[in-house]
Ligand binder design. Structure first.
Ligand SMILES: Cc1cc2nc3c(=O)[nH]c(=O)nc-3n(C[C@H](O)[C@H](O)[C@H](O)COP(=O)(O)OP(=O)(O)OC[C@H]3O[C@@H](n4cnc5c(N)ncnc54)[C@H](O)[C@@H]3O)c2cc1C
Length: 584
C-alpha cells in the first residue's frame, strides 16, 4: 500500500484497542476547541489589564505617546505590533477568497485535525480511514454552534464576535469537515475496490447512508459558495438549512460510534429553537418609502419599560418580511419567520429616541416586497405622511458593536459611511457627540464623512426642527456629507420601483433637497467624492494619541479607506479600526 499503510487483519482485542483510540482522538479533537475559547478569554483579560495600565499612566505623562522612556512604552509598542498583525490578518487574500486570518486559522486547525487523524494509527489503513471520519464528525457540534443565530449564543459571548463574524468561521470549519469526510470516503472506496468488496458493500445500509451524507454535504458546500449565495440568497439559505437538518438522520445511522456527536448536534438545534422564542418579538410600527429615494423607513415606537430601550447603538435585528398581518402559529408563518427575514441595523439610539428606526435600501428580494407594501399602505390612507401601524416581527438584537472599546480612551474619531452604511455609524456618532464627551477642553476631535448618491438619501438621519429638540439636532461636530450624484434619478430606485412613482419622486426631488438644505444644521455639504486618503492623513497623520476609525459602506470605499489607513498602522500609529460589512 502507500505511505506505509496496509490492510491488516486484527483480532478482537486489537479491534477493541482501535475502537478506544478512535474515541479518544475524536474527543481530543472536540475538546481542543476549548483551548481556543480559553485563548480568547486570556487575551481579553490581558487587553483589559493593558488598557487600565495605560489609562492610569496617561494623566501623569502628557507626552506619553512621544516619550520613549516611559515605563509602559513597551506595552504601547506591543499593542501597536498586535494591531499590525491584526491588520495583516484582516486583509483579503483575493476578492471573495476570505481573509488571511481565516486562511491561517483554517490551515492551523486542519493540520491539527490531520495530526489527530494520523497519530497512533501505525500501519493500519482502516484505522486511518475510520479516524478521519470520526475526527470530522467530532467537529459537527462546534460547526452547528458557530452558526447559531441567536443573541444568546454562548460562542458569541465567549468570543465577543457577532453572528455575522462567526459565520465566516462556520464556513471555514465546514470546509475542513467536508475535506476530512471526503478523505474518509475516498480511502474506504479504495479499500473496497482493492479488496474486491465494492459490489457487495455498495448495497449495504451503512455505505449507502455514508454516500447520501457525502452527497448532501457536497450540495450544501456548493450552494454556500460566494457567487451562488450572492446570486440568490434565498436558494442558498433554504438549501443550507434544509440539508443541515436532513443530514442528521443518515449520519446517525451511518456509524454507531459517531452517534454521540450527532446527538450533540440535535441538542444544539433544540437549544436554538428554545432560544429563538426569547429573541423573537412582534411589535407595531410604520413602514414608508422616503420620497425621492429607494429607501424604506421603518419606525417602531417604544414604550417606557420596553426591553428594546436597552439595545446598543450599532446593533442589528432580523426583520421578517411584513405582510401587514400578524404572524400566527401556522406552519406557513413559522417558515416565513425562518426564511423571509433580513438583517437591518438599528439606526436610532433606542434609549434616547424612544423608537427603533430601521432604514432599508430596496434590493430585489424581500426589501422590494416591503417597499411595495409601504406604497400600498400609503395609497390606502391617501397620504405618504399618515402613519399606518402594522405588526412587525423582529429577531435580535445582534452585533459586535457591544464590544467596541471604551470611547473615552480615544483622542480622535474618524467615521466613514457610504449610503445606508450610515445606519451603523450615525447612532455611534450621535452617542459620542451628544454624550458631553466632546464638550470639555481636552475633547477628542470627531469627523464623520458620509457619501451618498443624492442628498435625499440622508433625510432619515436629520429630522426637521419641530420633530427633535434643538440641542439634539445640532451636534458640536458636523457631518460632512458628500453627494456624488447631486442631480438625476437614482438608478437603483428606477430599476427597483414602479416607474410612475419614480417620475413623481424625481419631480419632487429638487424642492425636497432645497428644503432639507435650509432646515438642516450640523451638516457640511459637498457635491463631489471625498478624498479619503487626504482625510485619513489629516486625521490619523496629525493625531496626538489613539484614533478610532469606524466605517461601513460599499466595498470600494472600504478598500480605499483600508489602503489609506494601512500606511499609518504600519508606521506605528495607534489606530483602532472597525469595519462593519453589510454583505456576505
Ligand atoms: C449585519 C447587517 C446589517 C445590515 N444593515 C442594513 C441596513 O441598516 N440597511 C440596509 O439597507 N441594509 C442592511 N444590510 C443589508 C441587508 O440585509 C440586505 O440588503 C437585505 O437583506 C437584502 O434583502 P433582499 O431580500 O431584498 O435581498 P436580495 O435582493 O435577495 O439580495 C441582495 C443582497 O443581499 C444579501 N442578502 C439577502 N438576504 C440576506 C440575509 N438574510 N442576510 C444577509 N444577507 C442577505 C444577498 O447576499 C445579496 O447579495 C445589513 C446586512 C447585514 C449583514
Amino acid at each position: 500500500m502507500a505511505f506505509g499503510y496496509e490492510f491488516i487483519n486484527l483480532n478482537d482485542n486489537q479491534k477493541h484497542e482501535r475502537r478506544v483510540l478512535l474515541g479518544w482522538y475524536a474527543s481530543i479533537a472536540q475538546w481542543s476547541a476549548l483551548v481556543i475559547l480559553a485563548v480568547f478569554q486570556i487575551s481579553f483579560f490581558f487587553s483589559w489589564l493593558a488598557d487600565r495600565a495605560l489609562e492610569n499612566a496617561r494623566p501623569s505623562s502628557p507626552s506619553f505617546n512621544k516619550r520613549g522612556e516611559s515605563k509602559l512604552m513597551w506595552m504601547v509598542k506591543f499593542r501597536r505590533a498586535l494591531r499590525r498583525v491584526e491588520w495583516w490578518m484582516k486583509k483579503p487574500v483575493n476578492k471573495n477568497w476570505g481573509t488571511r486570518g481565516e486562511w491561517v486559522y483554517g490551515c492551523v486547525w486542519t493540520v491539527w485535525l490531520l495530526f489527530l487523524s494520523i497519530n497512533q494509527t501505525g500501519n493500519d489503513y482502516l484505522h486511518l480511514t475510520k479516524r478521519l471520519g470520526s475526527i470530522g464528525a467530532s467537529q459537527l457540534p462546534l460547526h452547528y454552534l458557530l452558526a447559531l443565530k441567536t443573541p444568546y449564543s454562548p460562542v458569541q459571548w465567549l468570543t465577543r464576535l457577532s453572528h455575522e463574524q462567526l459565520k465566516a468561521h462556520h464556513q471555514v470549519l465546514g470546509r475542513i469537515i467536508f475535506f476530512l469526510f471526503l478523505l474518509h470516503a475516498s480511502l474506504y472506496f479504495t479499500f473496497f475496490v482493492l479488496s474486491g468488496f465494492l459490489a457487495k458493500r455498495i448495497r449495504d445500509r451503512d455505505v449507502i447512508l455514508g454516500l447520501i451524507s457525502i452527497a448532501l454535504f457536497s450540495i450544501m458546500s456548493t450552494t454556500a459558495l460566494g457567487p451562488l449565495r450572492r446570486w440568490n440568497y434565498r436558494i442558498f439559505y433554504i438549501t443550507h438549512i434544509t440539508i443541515a437538518g436532513a443530514i442528521i438522520a443518515p449520519l446517525y445511522f451511518h456509524a454507531h460510534h459517531i452517534r454521540p456527536y450527532i446527538i450533540e448536534v440535535c441538542a444544539v438545534a433544540l437549544f436554538k429553537q428554545v432560544l429563538e422564542r426569547f429573541s423573537l418579538r412582534t411589535v407595531s410600527g410604520t413602514v414608508k418609502v422616503i420620497t425621492g429615494t429607494n429607501i424604506i423607513e421603518i419606525r417602531i415606537p417604544l414604550t417606557a419599560g420596553s426591553s428594546e430601550l436597552k439595545w446598543k447603538p450599532g446593533q442589528h435585528v432580523y426583520l421578517t418580511r411584513p405582510t401587514g398581518q400578524s404572524v400566527t402559529q401556522r406552519l406557513y408563518d413559522s417558515l416565513l419567520l425562518r426564511y423571509q427575514s433580513n438583517p437591518f441595523t438599528i439606526a436610532s439610539i433606542p434609549a434616547k429616541d424612544k423608537e427603533l428606526l430601521l432604514i432599508a435600501r430596496t434590493r430585489k428580494g424581500n426589501t422590494k416586497k416591503i417597499a411595495k407594501l409601504a406604497r400600498s399602505l400609503a395609497s390606502t390612507t391617501g397620504s405618504h405622511d399618515t402613519p399606518v401601524y402594522i405588526p412587525l416581527t423582529l429577531d435580535g438584537p445582534f452585533g459586535a458593536s457591544t464590544w467596541l472599546p471604551d470611547f473615552t480612551t480615544f483622542d480622535e474619531f474618524l467615521f466613514v459611511a457610504g449610503g445606508v452604511g450610515a445606519t451603523f455609524i450615525m447612532p455611534i456618532y450621535r452617542n459620542i457627540t451628544q454624550s458631553g464627551m466632546i464638550d470639555c477642553p481636552a475633547a477628542p476631535k470627531v469627523r464623520f464623512i458620509w457619501t451618498v448618491r443624492k442628498l435625499a438619501d440622508t433625510k432619515w438621519a436629520f429630522r426637521s426642527s419641530n420633530e427633535v429638540e434643538e440641542e439634539e439636532q445640532v451636534p458640536r461636530s458636523s457631518v460632512e456629507v458628500f453627494v456624488t450624484r447631486p442631480s438625476g434619478p437614482d438608478l437603483q430606485a428606477e430599476e427597483d420601483a414602479g416607474s410612475d412613482i419614480e417620475l413623481e419622486e424625481d419631480e419632487q426631488l429638487l424642492s425636497t433637497e432645497e428644503q432639507m438644505e435650509k432646515s438642516r444644521r450640523g451638516i457640511t455639504l459637498q457635491t463631489s467624492r471625498p478624498e479619503i486618503s487626504s482625510i485619513v492623513d489629516s486625521v490619523v497623520g496629525k493625531a496626538n494619541g489613539r484614533v478610532m476609525v469606524i466605517a461601513c459602506g460599499p466595498q470600494s470605499l472600504m478598500k480605499e479607506l483600508g489602503y489609506a489607513l494601512e500606511k499609518w498602522v504600519n508606521a506605528g500609529s495607534d489606530v483602532y479600526y472597525h469595519e462593519e460589512t453589510f454583505g456576505w
